[in-house]
Design a protein around this ligand. Structure first.
Ligand code: PLP
Length: 437
């Protein structure tokens, strides 16, 4: 099939997510390798968002491709009540790389259903109904996960599940409480405590937080944030859930982002980098007390594809690749260069209000005016300048992700400094053109 035919079939017969269908203009992608992919016309793209911030090990890693092929030849599927080697091994490997208190994994298909199941598990374990989450967050598109989601993707799904309360974020560039980093009293934390008190601590099952906020603007919390929310949750017997769907598996230069702050959540939800997207897979990893609770209580939840052998085999091989190829170390090392380059970009371009980065998880926030910090793109809206930047980058063969006023730089963890520089130079040019230079 040629490029035009591929696009025609996809547009005519499939529905695209989060899109007005007539505006969809997909790239007819046919092959990929490492940090690059190619379209059906032979055009090469540098993948600066690891597809959807999930392809952490890079495209078409031979070890994972082989593991999938071998597992497919051996056993494609097993009833979720079976015991299989890939399922058992992957769960064991997860408990080895996760914080020390983590004991067991429940496998599902992706990030949203990991959060759905985490909601059920938290409610069952605590016997409490309410969940607290943050406004600048995305936790998935299914009914419960979208209820946790704070961003406008929740609005069309409302009314969602009852009992979810939202709080403000540790968004230091635009502090909700009017402070600067010099005057900050961490109201973003004491405010959560106020909300807990007003909601009745005895009613609150869990606090769900993205380890590092991803699609809502790449918000890296201050260093004491996670330790202090851990203390807060302990004070009220509330479970702390880290949604590591985007921030997990080396993305931030550690296995999980909470490792930066030495915090042990009660539950970790993950997906994306778990198999690097080669086969869909998600997991809810639970602490020892939660695992023990289900020793003699029913787990009211299940999925036909829980523990899918093909997905788990891909997960085992992916985790081995992180270790064998030193990808998490590379993310930390190349991430340092990325941080320096982003600061230089900020210094050069008045359109850039802030840059935020941790490992290879980073974003460039654009503003109309540096003094007033007026966002380039209004909350839940669109902007012609941002569209022009996106169009320029695509034309030049740089593929990345945009949301609110942020250009994301989230490449595969195998990226070299040279490849990183190649992409950043294009972003530099795009900003110059948008500034009328
Ligand atoms: N949680 C976070 C932090 C995410 O970024 C996403 C997806 O981007 C999800 C959950 C939902 O994952 P999925 O799209 O696999 O359902």
């Amino acid at each position: 099939m040629d490029a035009a035919e591929i696009v025609r079939l996809n547009r005519e017969y499939t529905l695209y997510s989060w899109s007005v269908q007539s505006a969809v203009d997909p790239i007819p992608m046919v092959r990929a390798e490492g940090v690059y992919f190619w379209d059906a016309n032979g055009k090469r793209y540098l993948d600066f968002s690891s597809q959807l911030m999930n392809l952490n090990i890079g495209h078409q890693h031979p070890k994972v491709v082989r593991a999938i092929q071998e597992q497919a030849a051996r056993l494609c599927f097993a009833h979720p009540a079976m015991a299989t080697e890939p399922r058992g091994r992957l769960a064991q490997m997860l408990t080895e790389v996760a914080p020390a208190n983590m004991k067991k994994a429940f496998f599902c298909l992706g990030g949203a259903d990991a959060n759905e199941n985490a909601i059920k598990i938290a409610r069952a374990f605590t016997g409490r109904p309410k969940i607290i989450a943050r406004y600048r967050s995305y936790h998935g598109a299914t009914h419960g996960a979208v209820a946790l989601t704070g961003d406008p993707r929740r609005w069309p799904a409302e009314p969602t599940i009852p009992g979810v309360v939202h709080v403000f974020d540790p968004y230091c560039y635009r502090c909700h409480f009017g402070w600067t980093p010099q005057t900050c009293h961490r109201e973003c934390i004491t405010h959560i405590e106020d909300v807990i008190r007003f909601e009745g601590p005895q009613n609150v099952a869990a606090l769900f937080l993205e380890g590092v906020t991803g699609s809502n603007g790449l918000i890296v919390p201050p260093p004491d944030y996670w330790p202090r929310v851990r203390e807060l949750c302990d004070r009220y017997g509330i479970l702390l859930v880290s949604d590591e769907v985007m921030s997990g598996f080396g993305r931030t230069g550690k296995w999980f982002s909470v490792d930066h702050w030495g915090v042990q959540p009660d539950i970790i939800t993950c997906a994306k980098g778990l198999t690097s997207g080669y086969v869909p897979l998600g997991a809810v990893i639970v602490s020892e007390p939660i695992a023990r609770y289900f020793d003699d209580h029913m787990l009211w939840g299940g999925l036909t594809y829980s523990g899918h052998p093909l997905a788990c085999a891909a997960g085992v091989a992916t985790l081995e690749v992180y270790k064998e190829d030193g990808l998490i170390e590379n993310a930390a090392k190349v991430g340092e260069v990325l941080g320096r380059r982003l600061e230089e970009i900020k210094a050069r371009h008045p359109l850039v209000g802030d840059v935020r980065y941790i490992g290879l998880f980073s974003g460039i926030e654009l503003v109309k005016n540096r003094e007033t910090k007026e966002p380039l793109v209004p909350w839940g809206g669109k902007s012609a300048e941002m569209n022009a930047i996106a169009a320029f980058l695509r034309e030049k063969g740089l593929f990345t992700f945009f949301n609110v006023s942020v250009i994301f730089v989230v490449p595969p963890l195998c990226i070299t400094v040279e490849q990183l520089e190649e992409g950043l130079a294009l972003i530099d040019q795009a900003l110059e053109i948008a500034e009328g230079g």
